[in-house]
Design a protein. Structure first.
Length: 98
């Protein structure tokens, strides 16, 4: 998918049909489709790759560095950004495929 901020075609689209959002791996631009309410997962979330690697993420730059490494590798990876909300005591997450 093309990024709305830069000329990159490396924007990831989440797999949630109701609350679609996009994350550009090159410039870090994160946006959601117009007209939909959505919680912001970043910053301070947990990055889960293929249900094997768990990495706490405190900044967008750290997330982009990890995603660029996995983009350079062959194969398809499931990327999950998970965040705990203390007000409701629930986890919210976004899933992307890289």
């Amino acid at each position: 998918m093309k990024c709305k901020n830069c000329k990159s075609s490396e924007a990831l689209i989440d797999n949630d049909a109701m609350y679609s959002s996009h994350l550009c791996i090159d410039c870090g631009y994160y946006y959601k489709e117009d007209g939909q309410e959505e919680i912001e997962i970043l910053p301070f979330c947990l990055l889960v790759i293929d249900d094997v690697l768990y990495q706490p993420i405190a900044a967008m730059k750290a997330l982009l560095n990890i995603l660029r490494i996995y983009r350079a590798k062959k194969g398809r990876n499931k990327i999950v950004l998970r965040k705990f909300f203390t007000e409701t005591s629930t986890f919210k997450e976004k899933s992307f495929f890289l």
